[in-house]
Design a protein around this ligand. Structure first.
Ligand SMILES: Cc1cc2nc3c(=O)[nH]c(=O)nc-3n(C[C@H](O)[C@H](O)[C@H](O)COP(=O)(O)OP(=O)(O)OC[C@H]3O[C@@H](n4cnc5c(N)ncnc54)[C@H](O)[C@@H]3O)c2cc1C
Length: 587
């Protein structure tokens, strides 16, 4: 079978905020850019970002990038790389004004400036009073962002491949990345996209947990493709559990609700966060609030017949504020939990939300990894940005509204780096003979498998294993069992069968391909979590409750081939300012 080949300067996998910000920069520079997406671009998960995008504009309270940097370093529980964090916080105002000039419809203050709201972990003056740093378009900030970027990309002639799924990276004998294989979801046709630069912007992989806030497409495909191509995955033990997913369904209720003055109560009507974080209360960092909620439930102070959730109260804000600032939240609460928050509290539980780890990169979006067993180096032709990348600006715990900032800052930075790199790499490198072999073998296995299990069954086992053995609190025995269980599930992934072999719009085939990627993400998570014997940020171990900087102030690298782990130092030195040395983290 001959496989169609097409050549581009740059192939981007992912049309969320990260992919589209990069694509815009590249197309406007005159490069030939292809953007692949499993869904129509404006349906990427960025669309559901509610709360806002962080920038120290200082429109409501005094602010500056250095305070923002401090909060981000502290929020990361000192695992974030301080050079990358400085880079991001310093560029925040510029990228937000740029979005404003692109036409993004931010809410306004009375004086006409961009509206900002307070979010968890934001402070003035290095840990002082609450700061007000999140720029918002009501509770639909991601929606506004994505539509703005899509329109600009259409004007810039970016070429979109909608409902195409990227399958595998193509690397040559030196390890350089030369493009990738992809499949059209409607027809099952496979194509090789040859490129001088390949950029992954495939978003998160929250679907590996049974209860999560993520879209169905968030299956960690970029990580799966990278892992299969020999690239390690960084800091995969760190997953953010958002405090307020709707009980029973997982749909997110934004932290903006607490930013606007909402708060959590237990079954006695007590505002329990006052006990756990006396200063920041409900606006403490997300890992802190999620743990406090889990303890309240475990100690029998949860609400409802089963004492299994807590209540988020916002009726005291008044219908005016709820309708103008939180209209989408009200709609979600009415649809998914049948309560109108103008009158009644919303039942909530901590829910898997955000992947801090990912493909290791520097702050120019270049993937940095060892080739085989060699030293760490920039992988020629390969870049990653957004939630699939680990820069690392979020370290062990991300602050709310820092991800939308991350995707625009690093989307732009990676594009600028590619523009520079392509001034040197003028030509496409020749494709190896076996360029499509890995993908064709995966597809052939699905074609030929008989007597296998259904994809849905194995996916379900994977999600349940992650939820049960690797949740908000982690225990030695459950982690050890979890490693064994997830290895068993991984074996089963290799024997799934799709009963209907037709190629046209075959969602079972797509789900099987996605499951290959979820398997890599889940294995990396469980094995990295079992090995890290400390508690830091979102990784909370019952048997090692303290942070251990002497032994563990380092990034994890997981290699898929032998399930091997390695570690690398945290970059504690910022670009121009003094380092923030690790200290005890209280809110
Ligand atoms: C409910 C919710 C609310 C949030 N609210 C906020 C907020 O208010 N503020 C904030 O800062 N952060 C928020 N976050 C986090 C933030 O929205 C995300 O981290 C960020 O938008 C990710 O952007 P991205 O461009 O990296 O990926 P996404 O927007 O997830 O896009 C991924 C893209 O990759 C494509 N893709 C994936 N795999 C493949 C493949 N194999 N082939 C082809 N295409 C592929 C998808 O089709 C999609 O286009 C929220 C997250 C969630 C889930």
């Amino acid at each position: 079978m001959t496989i169609v080949k097409r050549k581009f300067d740059v192939v981007i996998v992912g049309a969320g905020g990260a992919g589209m910000r990069a694509a815009l920069q590249l197309s406007e520079a005159g490069l030939k850019v292809a953007v692949l997406s499993k869904v129509f671009p404006t349906r990427s998960h960025t669309v559901s970002a509610q709360g806002g995008i962080a920038a120290s504009l200082g429109n409501v309270t005094e602010d500056n990038w250095h305070w923002h940097m401090y909060d981000t370093v502290k929020g990361s529980d000192y695992l974030g790389d301080q050079d990358a964090i400085e880079f991001m916080c310093r560029q925040a105002n510029e990228v937000v004004y740029e979005l404003e000039h692109f036409g993004m419809p931010f809410d306004r203050l009375e004086n006409g400036k961009i509206y900002q709201r307070p979010f968890g972990g934001q402070s003035q003056n290095f840990g002082g009073a609450q700061a007000t740093r999140s720029c918002a378009a009501a509770d639909r900030t991601g929606h506004a962002l994505l539509h703005t970027l899509y329109q600009r990309n259409v004007s810039a002639n970016t070429q979109f491949f909608v409902e195409w799924i990227g399958l595998d990276l193509i690397r040559d004998a030196q390890g350089d990345v030369l493009g990738m294989t992809a499949m059209e979801m409607e027809t099952g046709d496979v194509m090789i996209l040859q490129a001088k630069a390949t950029l992954f912007a495939t978003g998160g992989g929250g679907r590996i947990f049974q209860a999560n806030t993520n879209a169905l497409i968030n299956t960690g495909d970029g990580l799966g493709m990278a892992a299969r191509a020999g690239i390690p995955l960084e800091d995969m033990e760190f997953w953010q559990f958002h405090p307020t997913g709707i009980h029973g369904v997982g749909v997110l209720i934004s932290e903006a609700v607490r930013g606007e003055g909402g708060y959590l109560v237990n079954k006695d009507g007590e505002r329990f966060m006052e006990r756990y974080a006396p200063n920041a209360k409900d606006l403490a960092s997300r890992d802190v609030v999620a743990r406090a909620m889990t303890i309240e439930i475990k100690e029998g102070r949860g609400c409802g017949d089963e004492n299994d959730h807590l209540l988020l109260k916002l009726d005291h804000l008044g219908s005016e504020i709820i309708k103008s600032r939180l209209p989408g939240i009200r709609e979600l609460a009415m649809k998914f939990s049948h309560v109108d928050p103008i009158h009644d509290p919303i039942p909530v539980v901590p829910t898997a939300h955000y992947m801090m780890g990912g493909i290791p990169t520097n702050y120019y979006g270049q993937v940095v990894a060892p080739y085989k067993t060699g030293p760490e180096e920039v992988v020629t032709g390969f870049y990653a940005v957004g939630e699939c990348a680990c820069v690392s600006v979020h370290g062990a715990n991300r602050l709310g509204t820092n991800s939308l900032l991350d995707i625009v800052v690093f989307g732009r930075a990676a594009a600028n780096q590619i523009i520079e790199d392509l001034k040197i790499n003028l030509h496409h490198k020749p494709l190896p003979e076996d360029a499509a072999d890995q993908s064709m073998a995966r597809l052939a296995r699905l074609e030929n498998q008989v007597d296998g299990e259904s994809v849905a069954q194995v996916t379900d086992a994977l999600c349940k294993t992650m939820q049960t053995y690797c949740g908000v609190f982690r225990f030695e025995d459950t982690l050890l069992q979890g490693v064994e269980k997830i290895k068993e599930v991984a074996e089963r992934v290799g024997r799934t069968e799709i009963k209907d072999k037709s190629k046209v719009f075959n969602t079972a085939r797509i789900e099987a391909l996605e499951l290959d990627n979820m398997k890599e993400v889940a294995m990396a998570t469980m094995i990295s979590a079992e090995a890290r014997r400390e508690s830091r940020g979102a990784h909370a171990r019952d048997d090692f409750p303290e942070r251990e900087d002497d032994n563990w102030l380092k990034h994890t690298l997981y290699f898929s081939d032998e399930h091997r782990l390695d570690y690398k130092p945290v970059r504690l030195k910022p670009l121009t300012v003094d380092s923030f040395p690790p200290k005890k983290r209280t809110y």
